[in-house]
Design a protein around this ligand. Structure first.
Ligand code: APR
Ligand code: ZN
Ligand code: ZN
Length: 360
C-alpha cells in the first residue's frame, strides 16, 4: 500500500516551489521509508529548481534531513524500523574499484531507491540528490540511512550535506591536525563547518576570510581565531602576516570561484594543502603559473562531500555535538514549515542565514 503525503516540489525551471500531494510507495528490496523530522534548506535545492543541476523536472526538493525509519523492504539489514537516522546521498556500493581499494568515500557507484515517488497523476519525481526530504515521508535506499544517537533532528540533519562537506574538507581531505594553521575562505554553512572541524582537529590558528563582517563575526563562534575581510585587505598578505610570514598549512576554499581559489593557492605555506570544497559552475576557469604549482609543492585537492563515510562520520559527529564540542545548533538560523521553502530561498541571497530548517 503506497501512501500519500505532503511534499515540496519544483515543477519547472525557475517557478516557485509548491507543496503538493506525493505518492510514496512501500519500500521494495533494499529500500526504506523514513518519516522526516527535519530538513535543512541548502543552496543545492535552489540550484535544482533553477535548472542548474539537470532538467529532470519535477524535483522533490530537500536533502539535509533526519528522521525515523518507518518501514523497510526485503533484505534490509542496515537499519531497522524505529531507528533514528540521518540521510546521506552516498550509499556506497562495496564493490566498485574505490570500495575494493578500501576507499569507499570515493565510491563511484552509490545508489538510491529503485522505485519512484510520484505525483497523484503518476508523474515521476526526481528526488534532490537521490533523497527528496521536504516531505512527511520519503523513500530511499536503506544504505542512505545512517543510524545515530537520538538528538535534535533539525541540528543533526544538517550533517547530511553542507556541514559534513565543510567539516570533512578540513578533517578528512585537508588532514588538519594539532598545531596547524588553517585559513577558510568563505564562511557560510560549509566554511563555518570547516572552521569547526579545524578546531576539533586541534588547529591553533584558524583564519576566517569573507567579504561580510557579519559572517566573520559569526565565524568566531565556530572557532575562528582571526578574521580577514577580503574586501578591505589583501587576504593573501593578511594570512601570511598571521602565520609568521609563511602562509597557512591548509587553506580551504568554500566559495567555488576562480578568484578565491587563487587566493587559497597563494595563501598557503610551501608544501601546504589547498582544499576546494566550494562547487564552481561549469564555465569558470583558473590560470596559474605552472612554475608556481611546481615550486610551491604540497597538494591541491578537491573534497567531495567532505570525503565522508556516513557510517563512520555521522555517529561520531552526533557524539561530538552531544558532548558540546561541535555546535550544530549554531548553524540553525531559523526553523520553518513545509510551506516556507520559497521564502527561505529568498533569504539565502540576503546573506544572514546559515541554514533555514524545515520541521515536520
Ligand atoms: N571572498 C570571500 N568570501 C566570499 C566571496 C569572496 N569573493 N564570495 C562570497 N563569499 C562568502 C559569502 O559572504 C558567504 O559567507 O562565501 C560564503 C558562502 O556561503 P553560502 O552562500 O552560505 O554557501 P555555503 O552553503 O557555505 O556553500 C559554499 O560550498 O558546497 C559548496 O555549493 C556550495 O559552492 C557552495 C559552497
Ligand atoms: Zn563503491
Ligand atoms: Zn546540500
Amino acid at each position: 500500500m503506497s501512501q500519500t503525503v505532503k511534499g515540496v516540489i519544483a515543477r519547472s525551471k525557475g517557478a516557485d516551489v509548491e507543496v503538493v500531494d506525493v505518492v510514496v510507495p512501500d519500500p521494495g528490496p533494499g529500500e526504506a521509508v523514513v518519516k522526516i523530522d527535519a530538513c535543512g534548506v541548502c543552496h543545492t535545492d535552489l540550484h535544482y529548481r533553477e535548472g542548474g543541476i539537470n532538467d529532470e523536472f519535477p524535483f522533490l526538493l530537500g536533502h539535509e534531513a533526519a528522521g525515523v525509519v518507518e518501514a523497510i523492504g526485503a533484505g534490509v539489514t542496515e537499519v531497522a524500523v524505529g531507528d533514528f537516522v540521518i540521510l546521506n546521498w552516498r550509499a556506497v556500493c562495496g564493490q566498485c574499484r574505490a570500495c575494493l581499494k578500501g576507499k569507499p568515500w570515493y565510491c563511484f557507484d552509490t545508489h538510491n531507491a529503485k522505485q519512484k515517488m510520484t505525483l497523484t497523476d503518476g508523474t515521476e519525481l526526481s528526488p534532490a540528490l537521490g533523497i527528496g526530504a521536504f516531505i512527511e515521508k520519503t523513500l530511499v535506499a536503506a544504505g542512505q540511512c545512517t543510524k545515530v544517537a537520538q538528538a535534535d533532528a533539525g541540528a543533526v540533519g544538517l550533517l547530511g550535506c553542507g556541514v559534513m562537506a565543510g567539516f570533512g574538507a578540513a578533517v578528512n581531505t585537508g588532514n588538519v591536525t594539532r598545531g596547524d594553521s588553517v585559513a577558510v575562505i568563505g564562511c557560510g554553512g560549509v566554511g563555518n563547518a570547516a572552521i569547526a572541524g579545524a578546531q576539533v582537529a586541534g588547529a591553533t590558528t584558524i583564519i576566517a576570510v569573507d567579504i561580510s563582517d557579519e559572517k566573520l563575526e559569526q565565524a568566531k563562534r565556530f572557532g575562528a581565531t582571526h578574521t580577514v575581510n577580503s574586501k578591505a585587505v589583501d587576504p593573501v598578505e593578511a594570512v601570511r602576516e598571521l602565520t609568521g610570514g609563511f602562509g597557512a598549512d591548509v587553506v580551504i576554499e568554500a566559495v567555488g570561484r576562480p578568484e578565491t581559489y587563487e587566493q587559497a593557492f597563494y595563501a598557503r605555506d610551501l608544501a601546504g594543502t589547498v582544499v576546494l570544497v566550494g562547487v564552481p559552475t561549469p564555465e569558470l576557469e583558473v590560470t596559474l603559473p605552472l612554475i608556481e604549482i611546481f615550486g610551491r609543492g604540497g597538494a591541491l585537492k578537491s573534497s567531495w562531500y567532505g570525503d565522508c563515510l556516513p557510517s563512520r562520520d555521522f555517529p561520531m559527529l552526533v557524539e561530538l555535538y552531544k558532548q558540546g564540542r561541535f555546535d550544530l545548533d549554531a548553524f540553525v538560523t531559523e526553523r520553518i514549515g513545509l510551506g516556507d521553502v520559497e521564502a527561505a530561498f529568498a533569504k539565502m541571497h540576503g546573506g544572514n542565514v546559515l541554514r533555514s530548517v524545515v520541521e515536520l
